[in-house]
Design a binder for this molecule. Structure first.
Ligand SMILES: Nc1ncnc2c1ncn2[C@@H]1O[C@H](COP(=O)(O)OP(=O)(O)OP(=O)(O)O)[C@@H](O)[C@H]1O
Ligand SMILES: [Mg+2]
Length: 263
């Protein structure tokens, strides 16, 4: 088993003039190369913060992340697909997707040709020249995924990429993402609120506690994919579902100011 990276006692506090918020607390996590890891945790528990730490966008208050990589220095370590507003609004769909390739030093013509081919695979052939505000939410997320994949990072960090989409669009994009992951061999860390989504995607699901986020449990999912139709019929998937719900229900209710008895 090759490891991609290890988080050791990773902690992040945000200080403002009046207060300090501990967003992530002493997270220990080992992620394998080519693993599809899903992170689940209640709102505000520090999931996005953890992803930004892994991406190197922010620095930890204490603890560390070590990357066990042998890749060339010019290879992008990690690309992030954000929760929302991931595209450059002043660039067209094609220019957004080609951006990563130009950043790798390819000429505009080559970058746009390659980006166009990839967008076409994602069903976006008619929308190359549209601006982000002219396409649907599902299309925007597909462009954001295209841009991240074309950047060819070793690690793909996805922050609730389908969170704002309707259930049907989400199912189709989940299939597409699994296909891309199998073709392009990436290590993926994927945040979601949705237990079923995690069960469809993950090699392993890590459950975070309410703020500050700590690792509560790490659950391997060994059922072959596709799993979409099996979530409620496969006994081992259903047991995982119940296990995960049991771990997060209290936090979810606390967020809604409901007690477990009242529910
Ligand atoms: N740049 C920042 N400055 C100050 N506080 C921050 C900052 N970023 C996040 N926080 C705080 O850290 C905590 C965790 O935030 P984070 O966005 O990581 O949660 P999350 O688990 O991604 O939530 P959600 O599920 O709602 O997306 C929150 O209390 C948030 O207000
Ligand atoms: Mg978040």
């Amino acid at each position: 088993m090759t490891l991609e990276f290890t988080c050791s006692e990773l902690t992040k506090e945000f200080d403002s003039r009046h207060s300090s918020v501990r967003a992530v607390a002493a997270v220990n996590l080992e992620v394998r190369r080519f693993e599809f890891l899903c992170l689940i945790g209640p709102s505000g528990c520090g999931k996005t913060t953890l992803l930004r730490l892994i991406a190197g966008l922010i620095q930890p208050t204490s603890g560390s992340i070590s990357f066990h990589t042998t890749s060339t220095p010019e290879k992008l370590r990690a690309a992030m697909v954000f929760q929302q507003h991931g595209l450059f609004p002043w660039l067209t769909v094609l220019q957004n997707a080609a951006f990563s390739l130009e950043a790798q030093g390819k000429s505009r013509t080559v970058a746009e040709a390659e980006a166009a081919r990839f967008l076409d695979k994602l069903g976006l052939s008619d929308f190359h020249d549209n601006y982000p505000h002219e396409i649907s939410g599902g299309m925007s997320q597909r462009v954001a995924i295209a841009r991240a994949i074309l950047a060819d990072p070793q690690i793909l960090l996805m922050d609730e990429p389908f969170g704002s989409l309707d259930a049907q669009t989400r199912l189709v994009l989940i299939d597409e993402l699994l296909h891309i992951w199998q073709q392009h061999r990436k290590t993926i860390v994927y945040i979601t609120h949705d237990i079923e989504e995690a069960l469809m995607l993950a090699d392993r699901i890590v459950i975070l506690s309410g703020r500050p986020g700590r690792v509560l449990e790490s659950i391997p999912i060994n059922v072959p994919r596709p799993r979409g139709k099996l979530i409620h019929s496969d006994p081992s998937l259903f047991a995982c579902y119940q296990n995960i719900w049991g771990l997060i229900e209290g936090d979810v209710r606390r967020d809604l100011h409901l007690t477990e008895e009242a529910g």
